[in-house]
Each structure stands twice: as C-alpha cells, then as structure tokens.
Design a binder for this molecule. Structure first.
Ligand SMILES: [Zn+2]
Length: 254
C-alpha cells in the first residue's frame, strides 16, 4: 500500500507540480507532498557520472554511456544549471536506478512513492524493433515523468512530418514551429504548451496506480491511464471527458 506520494518540481519547465499534486490528492488515499527539484533534494556525488553512463549515443545502439571527462563535466554543469542542458536522451531505466540509489534508506520502501518531474528526455530500448523510444514516464520507484517526453515521445499527426519534409525539400531548412502548427491539421502538444500541467496529471496517477496495483497503464483509449503513442490519443486521454474508463472511474473519479 502506497501511503505517501512525493512529487518533485521541475522549475525549468512550465509544469505546475503543486497543481498536479492537488489533482492527485483529490483522487487517492495516500497523502501527497511536493518538494523542490529531485536533483537538488537528493544530490549525490556520483549523479553526474550516472547521467553520463545513461546517455543514449545512437537511436539504434543499445549500449549507452560516454564517461569521458568532458561529458561528466557537462553533466555536472547540467545538474548545477538545468536551464542550459538539452538535446540529450537518457536511458530511463538507468536513471531510475541511479535515483533509487540516491533516495534516503528510510524513504526507499514502496509505501513512499517518489515522482520526480524531469526536464530531461528519457527513453527505453525496444527489443521488438531494435531502437530507443522516448517516454513520458518510466514506472517504478521512483516513477519518472519527463516533461519534454510529453512533447516528444508520442508521434505527431502524419501531416506534420510531411509538411516538415516538404519545407526541407523546398528551402533546405526545418520550418519554424508556428508554421507547422498553422499548416497541420490535428492537435498536438508543443514545448511549453499551456496544457502541459493538465496533461501530466494522468502520468503521475499512472505511477501511483502501478505501485499500488502492479498494473502498468490501461488498455482503454481515452482513459487517463492509457499510454498513448500518438498526440491525438494523448490529448483525447488526458484532456477530454470522460477522464477515466468505467473501471478506473470507480477508483479515481472525484
Ligand atoms: Zn482505465
């Protein structure tokens, strides 16, 4: 039984973790607390090296890591100045292990769930197709939630990629985001989207649901616990009514 949930802020993102905690508190039996950035609260000496080891070096190479001194220095700077890092994908499972080891022993048990909101992109290796996949969340202890993952992990409408390719053929450049948004039908979340906080609530609940029941996500599209692979499905699951399928509404509807 999960008795405490501790959510950690991601101050370099637009995610309002206090609002997410309020949403969660109204739906579950456990008490919900909010702390500052996980990497500040639970900083250990080896975290920079752990991040360097978890770097994905190629989308098709399962092996990770680059622990050359320059990379570790970069990761140290990224820990100190998170607003400056970006563009790197990390193995979410390795990061999860490193974070678990950084938790104080008294808080590592499964009655206390930690949910760090991250400003980093995380992924998991797909055995079935031999490549890395970006993720919004990696369930477990702690349950990782990646804010950039919300924008980058689900596939955007096909027209988005076509428009991007068309523009690149014509001008040799990537079109600005606004152009893509205006010319592509269908809905998707972009960086710093005003819907970010609302869209993340279901993923934080999924982290709780997994520890509490052992069930990872819900198969029913439209449920807040559905693991959407397309932006349209994500918006449908997280931002449109009804919030839950009938089974999960019994557990989590307000
Ligand atoms: Zn459901």
């Amino acid at each position: 039984m999960v008795e405490h949930v501790i959510c950690y802020r991601a101050p370099t993102t637009v995610a309002n973790v206090d609002a997410i905690a309020d949403w969660l508190r109204a739906r579950i039996d456990a008490d919900v607390a909010v702390r500052d950035r996980f990497l500040e609260v639970h900083r250990t000496d080896d975290l920079a090296e752990r991040f360097a080891e978890a770097r994905v070096t190629s989308p098709y190479d399962r092996g990770t890591g680059n622990t050359m001194l320059g990379t570790i220095r970069y990761e140290e700077r990224a820990l100190e100045h998170p607003e400056r890092e970006g563009g790197v994908l990390y193995d979410g499972v390795q990061i999860q292990r490193a974070f678990n080891a950084a938790l104080p022993a008294a808080e590592r048990g499964l009655e206390t769930l930690h949910v760090p909101m991250l400003d980093r992109a995380i992924g998991t290796w797909g055995d079935h197709d031999g490549r890395w996949h970006k993720r919004v969340t990696v369930l477990g202890q702690p349950g990782l939630v990646s804010v950039p993952g919300l924008y980058e992990a689900p596939a955007k409408p096909e027209a988005y990629y076509k428009e991007k390719q068309r523009h690149a053929l014509l001008s040799g450049e990537t079109p600005p985001r606004e152009v893509l948004e205006n010319q592509v039908e269908g809905d998707f979340l972009v960086e710093d989207d005003p819907r970010t906080t609302d869209a993340l609530c279901g993923y934080v609940l999924a982290a709780y649901h997994y520890l509490e029941t052992g069930e990872a996500f819900c198969d029913r599209e439209g449920c807040r616990l559905f693991d959407a692979h397309y932006h349209e499905d994500l918006i449908d699951a997280q931002l449109r009514e009804p919030a839950f399928c009938s089974e999960h509404a019994r557990l989590y509807a307000e």
